[in-house]
Design a protein around this ligand. Structure first.
Ligand code: KIV
Length: 303
């Protein structure tokens, strides 16, 4: 190699698209799965650049981006719009769309129709639904229609009222056994992965040796095959109450408020815009414009 020759840095390795098989393989190899929520084009692009494995367009969007008091009011149309935007920001991670409350519970027909819309209209790779019980049959029907399903047990926010509020689940042996049974029933119905939300680590420890599909925890301890957090929680964008399991990795809201406040100050103090933020006109055109306006002549406009 001649003196002064430079070795150019290797281009970043292109990541392979994440599939259901990739997730199963990660579980088999004991490689943790990283999942995050995203609800629009920029948050999806962030998830893509950060290299996560799975992106969930969670119905937590109801609260984090749409300002509803719970996940219950969000509609299929609202979720589809958010999921389609997230799709446009993603190439690599598996994209899962959350079926909103009231869109799948009443019948297998409803469940399959709604799931098909998430795949067809929003480009999701898979859908997620909540609870055991009747949701097990809905999951089976959607899987039979050729759409991969992720289950969700433990604290299921869509039915939080029936569970006594937003509180951890499975703290008695009986309730914990129900959570374990729900997860196993969803697996038997064909779910490719199960979210475990807000349950004691002991319950996850009991479940893990019995479950053969990946378990993704959120407040379920370290034994799960992967972990998920809500985008706005982990980045500190959402200002509301945070659950015990939330870890803040950034203070993005503070940075956003500071940025917008600095802009408003600059505007009020006439410090913005500065010359470099404006457009210029050739001096002769500027002089001609002034003459035209002064003479009261019509300025020629195209069309
Ligand atoms: O809606 C959501 O964000 C979720 C995750 C918390 C798993 O269901």
């Amino acid at each position: 190699m001649s003196a002064g020759a430079r070795i150019s840095p290797a281009p970043p390795a292109k990541r392979a698209t994440i599939t259901l098989a990739t997730l199963a393989e990660k579980k088999a190899l004991g490689e943790p799965i990283a999942m995050v929520t995203a609800y629009d084009y920029p948050s999806a692009q962030v998830a893509e650049a950060a290299g996560v494995d799975v992106v969930l367009v969670g119905d937590s969007a109801a609260m984090t981006v749409l300002g509803y008091p719970s996940t219950v009011p969000v509609s299929v149309e609202e979720m589809l719009m958010l999921a389609a935007a997230a799709r446009r920001g993603l190439t690599t991670p598996l994209l899962v769309g959350d079926l909103p409350f009231g869109s799948y519970e009443a019948s297998d027909v409803d469940a399959v129709r709604t799931a098909q819309r998430f795949v067809k209209e929003a480009g999701c790779d898979a859908v997620k639904l909540e609870r055991g019980g009747s949701s097990v049959e809905r999951a089976r029907a959607i899987v039979a229609a050729g759409i991969p399903v992720m289950g969700h047990v433990g604290l299921t926010p869509q039915t939080a009222t029936a569970l006594g509020g937003y509180r951890s689940q499975g703290r008695t042996a009986e309730r914990a056994a129900e959570v374990v049974d729900d997860a196993l029933a969803l697996e038997a119905a064909g779910c490719f992965a199960i979210v475990l939300e807000a349950i004691p680590s002991d319950v996850t420890d009991v479940l893990m040796p019995r479950l053969s599909v990946p378990a993704i925890g959120i407040g379920a301890g370290p034994a799960a095959d992967g972990q998920v957090l809500v985008f706005h929680d982990l980045l500190g964008i959402f200002d509301g109450h945070a659950a015990r399991f939330v870890k803040r990795y950034a203070k993005v809201r503070e940075a956003m408020v500071a940025g917008v406040a600095a802009f408003a100050d600059d505007v009020r103090l006439r410090r913005y815009p500065e010359p470099e933020h404006g457009y210029t006109m050739a001096p002769d055109e500027s002089a001609r414009l002034r003459r035209l306006v002064a003479d009261g002549e019509a300025v020629a406009r195209p069309g």
